[in-house]
Write a protein that binds this ligand. Sequence first.
Ligand SMILES: Nc1nc2c(ncn2[C@@H]2O[C@H](COP(=O)(O)OP(=O)(O)O)[C@@H](O)[C@H]2O)c(=O)[nH]1
Ligand SMILES: [Mg+2]
Length: 273
Amino acid sequence: MGLFNLKKTKIPRVVIGINQVDNLGPWDDRLNLPAESTERSIKKRTDAIIELLSKGSHSAAKEQIEHYSALRAYRMYQMLAKIAQNCKEGIIIPDNPVKLWDDQFEMPDEVREFYQEKAAELDKKLAGMGIDSLLGKLMEKLDSADQKKLKEKWAVKKDTPIRVGILGKAGVGKTTTVNNLFNAKFKTSRNAVGTTEAQYKDFELPDGGIITIVDMPGYGRSMDEDEGYKKIYLQELPKCDIILLVVQADTRDLTDDQIMIENLYEWSKEGRI
Ligand SMILES: Nc1nc2c(ncn2[C@@H]2O[C@H](COP(=O)(O)OP(=O)(O)O)[C@@H](O)[C@H]2O)c(=O)[nH]1
Ligand SMILES: [Mg+2]
């Protein structure tokens, strides 16, 4: 032990997404990839952001930060994998197709076919990480009484929608992220009980399942407002299976996001979320 031996621990259940990397330079619409110069800018900028958000002892760990573009559906698979790695109980990757491009941007047929094949491969990979596969492996090791118990418990859990808490400043792309990450269609919306600012939004997944997104009020407009929102965050975040914090790649000021991450770190240490 000693000062030089301190290993950075993750903030449990938290994934930080650096969105809008497509704004860092020219984009190849046909291939849905950054131009070479943009690729370099993305690397430089995301490295700097990761450094900033993971420095100091009350911050995030590098392994829980990932970059992507929600609008372009670029690197959604990497984001899903991060979520799978950071979920609290088991792995809750929904059984739905991985999205590798967004149809609003034209793409030649042969490129689309290539991506379709790639998506099918990734679907298989993710299915192997899914809870059903893991449960199957676990079942093999249990006797029949325990198998029955586990099956009953799991049936209840499976019918409970996955709850994703989403945090970030206004306009960073929270809604776009949810749509393209989970390939999800907005269904209904209702306010969280006892709050006026957190909204539950149910999205329907391609396989018919439901995912509940808890859209938190966006921080960073004023200190008074943020103080008031803390109560809402502390009320809603403990009930979420995963907390997704979205930041914007092409912004200079990440102070509010740093403060939010520091809060998340402290709240998790205190067992409050
Ligand atoms: N260029 C770019 N724009 C994006 C991206 N994600 C979202 N946007 C745009 O940013 C605006 C705000 O997005 P929205 O999802 O409503 O943000 P929210 O307020 O955080 O929910 C919309 O015009 C989106 O189309 C992205 O990855 N790249
Ligand atoms: Mg929104």
